[in-house]
Design a protein around this ligand. Structure first.
Ligand code: PMV
Length: 336
């Protein structure tokens, strides 16, 4: 059995930061995102009779490398393999080949595309196609690998994760599919290097910030406003909420112990420019940053060319990645 799955990264409009239950990876708050067409992971899994699981990753613009079995990355992936293998009651090992078409660990949610592709391919390879096809169940299986953002990649378009309080009531739902609204996310790469504090470490220290409770108190209302603005295709309501959410998240990050300071000079330069474009020219573009220095600029497709031109004129910007809203995790091929 050989299965190939492709899955997109996504950008959160209301972000997930901090866990209610670190064992089941239940988040503190509902979170909402849009999928990204140009940032995908493709994963092929083959069942084998070999004695060990082999994992090969081809990172962006690098040659493929086999992960050492004592590395943290191997262990994280192995946890999910072992969980799904035991769910299937199988002894078979896997050979995994996975490739990313964008820089990993730089605030472009590579864990989202990576872990949703991995989980989808494992479920199908181990004979649980029903759990892959049922997207609520699929999102729960993805959550158990520890990447909350990955749970949102299972559907196409705009997705909300319902935090819930336990395994049964914590899952992703679709807000609107990829044909609903031609929003785009233009990522301005100012620093393609790996981030210093991983999201999983960030979630565990979120509660040490004195501003974490203030952030959580803002979120129920923001989730309602953002969901409605997506349904209404209302960028003038959506945009300011996206920016407030990003800045509130980064305040928590910067004031936690140890502090997680992701902004670089280029990030600040772009944030200020985007605000100025709105003030001076009414250009409807809005920024948001995940756990990294690179800036996601959200606008409607009709403004994308102008926004890209302006971003590329900024001396801090190394290159841009243009993303439309897209399909979620999908099966590319399957050989029995
Ligand atoms: O999915 P994780 O555990 O990598 O956490 C995601 C954290 C943020 O990217 C900062 C926010 C989000 O909701 O995507």
């Amino acid at each position: 059995m050989k299965v190939t799955i492709q899955s997109p990264a996504n950008i959160a409009f209301v972000k997930y930061w901090g866990m209610r239950d670190p064992k089941l990876f239940i988040p503190m708050n509902n979170h909402i995102s849009m999928n990204m067409s140009a940032c995908t992971t493709t994963t092929t899994i083959e069942l084998t009779d070999d004695p060990t699981d082999v994992i090969e990753i081809e990172f962006f613009k690098q040659s493929a490398q086999r992960l050492e079995s004592n590395s943290i990355k191997y262990q994280n992936i192995l946890d999910q393999i072992d969980r799904i293998r035991s769910l299937a009651g199988s002894e078979k090992r896997v050979k995994i080949f996975t490739t990313n078409n964008f820089p990993a660990d730089a605030g472009i949610a590579s864990s989202a595309s990576g872990f949703s592709a991995l989980t989808g391919a494992l479920l199908i390879a181990y004979g649980m196609r029903d759990k892959f096809d049922n997207k609520v169940e699929f999102s729960k299986q993805v959550r158990l690998c520890g990447s909350g953002s990955a749970t949102r990649s299972v559907y196409g378009g705009f997705v909300e994760y319902i935090a819930g309080t336990n395994h049964d009531d914590s899952y992703a739902v679709l807000i609107a599919d990829e044909k609903h609204w031609d929003l785009v996310d233009i990522v301005a790469i100012v620093d393609p290097e790996k981030k210093k504090i991983s999201s999983s470490e960030g979630h565990s220290i979120a509660g040490t910030s004195p501003y974490f409770d203030a952030r959580l108190s803002e979120l129920p209302n923001r989730v309602e406003v953002v969901r409605k603005a997506i349904l209404d295709k209302d960028i003038r309501t959506l945009g300011p909420e996206i920016e407030k959410d990003s800045t509130s998240l980064h305040v928590v990050m910067m004031t936690s112990n140890p502090p997680a300071f992701y902004w670089a000079p280029g990030s600040i330069s772009i944030m200020k420019e985007v605000m100025r474009w709105r003030e001076e020219d009414d250009l409807q573009a809005y920024f948001t940053l995940d756990a990294g220095a690179n800036v996601h600029v959200i606008c409607e497709k009709k403004d994308a060319e102008e926004v890209t031109k302006r971003l590329e004129a900024n001396p801090f910007v190394k290159w841009t990645i243009y993303n439309e809203v897209c399909e979620g995790t999908k099966l590319i091929s399957i050989d029995d």
